[in-house]
Design a protein. Structure first.
Length: 368
């Protein structure tokens, strides 16, 4: 055999052996993790996705490719060693010497509220000559909650008599047993200890103490995801509802900052939860605000039941003593009837209309 023949045979043998080595041990003792540097951010803010990869063996890795699918609403900023295709396929390239590691940080803009999860990544490595490559799927558990955008007060036409100003200027519909504003005629269900016997003797009919209203507000913000009264199951104008979610979050943020108890409800459900409408009872404080913001972040714009049915459930369970703020894309005769019943049951109800441009207005176009 000539020298050239021996060179070819030896070269082929070396290439074959190293390809076998990389096929067998290329991804052994390779550790990979991925996480966000924050757990919660607001829409429009930036966050870092951190990748860590370690080669814990003597075999060098000339190239590694990490691929994963990431929601397009997490917008990666431009950087080297990063390839983004179709706005959602994320690809990173690495090269690792023996017993070394790399930490890489990717700056991301959170374009839309939501719950984002990264569950897996595919890692591929190859030999020195590109003859052999192997792949392995790594399971990861990275989660990020993006809260809705908080709007400035100038963008929110708050009901003047209930929310604006440093002090709530009207009394809310909750009986206060320590404030007596007069007497009224007895009605079925009134306790006997509220009977004013002196007034009863004077007029000849049972009279009871009339309690005034407490100044402690309990607001329920209701978001209707129905676009119209005759809407089918699918929500056709999701951007309009997205704007409504931002309004709801902004009003909740403002009200809780003023010491007002706030709750939230919608005829949609939360991502990752049972397909049941959202109902969160009013409460105050920072933890309640975070709870509300998380629910709004996770809200899936998919109708679970009609808004008429949602309000009918409130009527049937005897909801009383709340101030209800309804954000809706339409008004109807039936909806007005239900609002009047809720008012008769001891609730104050405000209606605010989401127009086609997603603006919130107090005056609404009446829809028959």
């Amino acid at each position: 055999m000539t020298g050239l023949t021996w060179f070819i045979v030896i070269t082929f043998f070396v290439v074959f052996i190293q390809a076998c080595i990389y096929r067998r041990w290329g991804l052994s003792n390779v550790e990979y993790s991925r996480y966000f540097n924050k757990k919660e951010v607001f829409e429009g803010e930036f966050v870092e996705m951190v990748e860590k990869i370690y080669n814990k063996k003597i075999l060098p890795l000339p190239w590694l490719r990490i691929e994963s699918k990431i929601d397009a609403n997490l917008e990666f900023q431009k950087q080297t060693n990063l390839d983004i295709k179709h706005e959602q396929f994320h690809k990173s390239m690495f090269s690792l010497m023996p017993y070394t590691g790399i930490i890489r940080r990717h700056k991301i803009k959170c374009k839309k509220r939501g719950l984002y999860t990264l569950n897996s990544a595919a890692i591929t490595c190859g030999d020195l000559f590109g003859v052999q490559d192997i792949s392995k799927t790594y399971q990861i558990d990275a989660k990020l909650i993006v809260y809705p955008e908080i709007l400035s007060l100038d963008e929110i036409p708050l009901p003047a008599h209930s929310l604006q100003g440093d002090v709530v200027v009207r009394r809310w519909i909750v009986d206060d047993p320590f404030i007596i504003s007069g007497v009224r005629e007895y009605t079925y269900g009134d306790p006997l200890n509220r009977v004013n016997w002196k007034a009863t003797a004077k007029v000849g009919r049972l009279q009871v103490h009339n309690n005034d209203f407490s100044a402690q507000p309990r607001i329920l913000i209701y978001l209707n995801v129905d676009i119209s009264e005759d809407m089918w199951d699918a929500v056709t104008d999701k951007e309009r509802i997205e704007k409504g979610i931002s309004y709801a979050a902004s009003i909740a943020n403002y009200a809780i900052s003023k010491g007002i108890d706030v709750g939230f409800g919608s005829n949609a459900h939360m991502k990752g939860a049972e397909a049941q409408p959202i109902r969160i009872e009013p409460a105050g404080g920072k933890q309640q605000l975070l709870y509300l913001l998380e629910a709004m972040a996770k809200l899936e714009i998919e109708r679970d039941l009609t808004f008429h049915t949602f309000l009918e459930q409130d009527i049937q369970r005897g909801l009383t003593g709340h101030d209800i703020l309804i954000l809706s894309c339409f008004m109807s005769d039936r909806l007005e009837d239900q609002i009047n019943i809720l008012r008769k049951n001891g609730n104050a109800v405000e209606f605010m209309f989401l127009d086609e441009a997603g603006r919130l207005v107090e005056e609404y176009a009446w829809v028959k």
